[in-house]
Design a protein around this ligand. Sequence first.
Ligand code: ADP
Ligand code: ADP
Ligand code: ZN
Length: 217
Amino acid sequence: MKIILLGPPGAGKGTQAKQIADKFKIPHISTGDIFRKNIKEKTVLGIKAKDYIDKGKLVPDDLTVAIVKDRINRDDCKSGFLLDGFPRTVNQADSLNEVLKNMNSRINYVINIDVPRKSLIQRLTGRRVCKSCGASYHIKFNSPKKEGICDVCGGNLVQRDDDDLNTVINRLEVYDKQTAPLIDYYKKSDLLCTVDGDKDVDLVFKDICNTLEKCGR
Ligand code: ADP
Ligand code: ADP
Ligand code: ZN
């Protein structure tokens, strides 16, 4: 099963992706997580990507497509994978089609998580992430058992640099211009299923599971 999770920043892609990947036993591939790991390790890719990410801009397509191509060609992706945060441009989506075609494969589902703008801003500015394992929390909507400490691994929770209000506003503008056109793109290829993401985490997850069953590709 090859799935794309589409949605604006803050829609809950990362939160849902972890649960979907666990349930269906497929690797969770987040381009944002891959970039942040490279930034932390100060790799060449990390140094190149940091400037864009700090400004809330997209990392150039050639760099992004190359890391995804490399990742989905690994053995653990043979029976499926879940893409979270990729593709984010029409050009990336075209490149992904091309890469999959060369592997005699294709995407089975595109799940679009729909959330109103006001909730997105509240979610992003209140998000806290674990410095060690990357788990995502929210100061109001999804708080850890102990303030500032990750439930999963005991690591410290921090705010992402790009989750400050100004960068959040830039990221939402970038989404509108560069990523939102993918909704129509995948509608045209009849792959798109939209779920209402403005509900509790568990309810959204249920809707996603029902949608995957119903579409049954
Ligand atoms: P969010 O989950 O809030 O949408 P991500 O962790 O997915 O954020 O992405 C963080 C940043 O990493 C983006 O703002 C962008 O700069 C970069 N990035 C992630 N995925 C892509 C992509 N597919 N194309 C270009 N840039 C990306
Ligand atoms: P994305 O990967 O799409 O940027 P995240 O999964 O990181 O989104 O979620 C963004 C923020 O919103 C996090 O603080 C997360 O805890 C919170 N969140 C996720 N899903 C929900 C939900 N259904 N209701 C309320 N808050 C949510
Ligand atoms: Zn943790």
